[in-house]
Write a protein that binds this ligand. Structure first.
Ligand code: HEM
Length: 431
């Protein structure tokens, strides 16, 4: 999408206008109009925008759709010049395009999220073996301990604090660094790369050239960093995921580039989205006191509560797929081979055909088929870890700060169409 795209142009291109002043505060009325008026929208720019649960879920599960391949038909404008996932993973164009990068540099072709079968099947199996039950048990202990330490710090600083910077970001960032085996002294450096990287993966009309450059430099920094760390782990192995991945390379199951791509993907995908779950989840509870009262009174609700918070204000709002062959969505709408499809999960999660009273937060909601972790073969690999973090973090926040209130009238969101990310969440522990 060209940076010169006008507001009216955007509306006619996407079927909704993400630059509307009210959109960032509350995108859901915009999504409702899209769902009601043009649920299957063919953009004049040659891509599709899907807003209903049924088509979104179907495209995500249908293996005739996948990640944009180098053979995608020319002339189909990509809705987003950046990473197609909504999770912060991105690179330099479509996977597989251009010559291989020199020097063992991992680009998005080497990240699970951008792979299609059979490579995807192989990499996913390797990752499943790498994240065995021991890793998950270790992660749970670490999460329980770290959330208490973070809350100790936030509450000691005074009754008023920013929940995003002091807790919601620090927890998943620490967890993924711990699992990968990133030593604490390296955290500030790697955190800066993550920020630079993420600032460059929003849709191109919101991202400057400087953002793009920072993103590419961050990717290069992360690549070199994980390569050095992998060399260290080969010399002195640890219990971490990186050590296990080096063994997978040495046994010939994955390439060195795939190891680097996996580390970068796990690092990036593993924390920003979880920050949004904790931030958006806390906000939703604070704005719905009846549900917060249930959350406190009924600990057994923890599992359905996290699912509902994921549905109600999803951490990530869209995925992109390309059709590998012509696919009829219905009698009228045929997606042609090579055309891209934007799957609007933020809209699908509020579809009244699937969710009763979709705009109501109901922590006891059952049969909650939200698409916040996507569906099909690319369904979020880290979903169990994310759910565990959400459950433990939200439980601890409201236990340690039982009179927590919102300490700002108006909240700001990051200018991203992909993720739903609060800039800050000022709260007061004093009520
Ligand atoms: C609440 C937190 C999270 C949310 C909402 C989330 C959401 C998603 C979504 C929607 C996808 C599919 C994207 C697409 O296909 O377009 C995905 C994939 C993925 N996520 Fe997550 N994620 C979360 C946390 C995590 C964590 C903690 C990790 C790391 C441990 C992680 C690792 C991955 C990976 C590796 C994939 C690629 C899976 C594949 O392509 O097979 N995610 N995530």
């Amino acid at each position: 999408m060209s940076s010169a795209t006008t507001q009216g142009g955007l509306e006619s291109m996407l079927g909704f206008n993400p630059t509307d002043p009210g959109f960032r505060q509350d995108p859901y009325p915009h999504y409702r109009r899209l769902r009601e008026n043009t649920p299957v929208f063919r953009s004049p720019a040659g891509f599709w925008v899907l807003a209903r649960h049924r088509e979104c879920d179907r495209v995500l599960r249908d293996e005739r759709f996948g990640y944009p391949a180098p053979t995608a038909a020319p002339g189909n404008a990509a809705p987003d010049g950046d990473g197609p996932d909504g999770n912060g993973a991105a690179g330099n164009g479509a996977p597989g395009d251009g010559p291989a990068l020199p020097g063992g540099f991992a680009d998005q072709r080497h990240m699970l999220i951008f792979m299609n079968p059979p490579d995807h099947t192989r990499m996913r199996r390797v990752l499943r073996d790498t994240f065995g039950p021991r890793v998950m048990r270790n992660a749970t202990g670490y999460i329980e301990n770290r959330i208490e330490r973070l809350l100790d710090g936030a509450l000691a600083d005074g009754p008023r604090f920013d929940l995003i910077s002091s807790v919601a970001h620090q927890l998943p960032f620490g967890v993924i660094c711990h699992l990968l085996g990133v030593p604490e002294p390296d955290h500030p450096m790697i955190e800066k790369w993550a920020q630079d990287y993420l600032s460059g993966v929003s849709p191109s009309f919101t991202v400057s050239q400087a953002n793009h450059q920072a993103r590419d430099e961050a990717l290069a920094g992360l690549n070199d960093y994980f390569r050095r760390l992998a060399t260290e782990r080969r010399q002195s192995p640890g219990e971490d995921v990186l050590t296990r991945l080096t063994a997978e390379v040495d046994e010939g199951h994955i390439s060195e580039q795939e190891l680097l791509g996996t580390c970068i993907l796990l690092f990036i995908a593993g924390h920003g989205t979880t920050t949004n779950l904790i931030g958006n989840g806390t906000l939703a509870l604070l704005r719905n006191p009846d549900q917060l009262a249930r959350f406190r009174a009924e600990p057994d609700l923890a599992a359905t509560a996290v699912e509902e918070l994921l549905r109600y204000d999803s951490p990530s709002h869209l995925s992109i797929r390309v059709a590998f062959e012509d696919v009829a969505l219905d009698e009228e709408n045929v997606v042609r081979a090579g055309e891209q499809v934007i799957v609007m999960r933020g809209a699908a999660n509020r579809d009244p055909d699937v969710f009763t009273d979709p705009d109501t937060l109901d922590l006891g909601r059952v049969d909650n088929r939200h698409l916040s972790f996507a569906s099909g073969i690319h369904v979020c690999f880290g979903a169990p870890l994310a759910r565990t973090q959400g459950r433990i973090a939200l439980g601890a926040i409201f236990r340690r700060a039982p009179r927590l209130t919102l300490a700002a009238e108006r909240l700001e969101y990051k200018p991203s169409l992909l993720s739903r990310a609060l800039v800050e969440l000022p709260v007061s522990a004093d009520g």
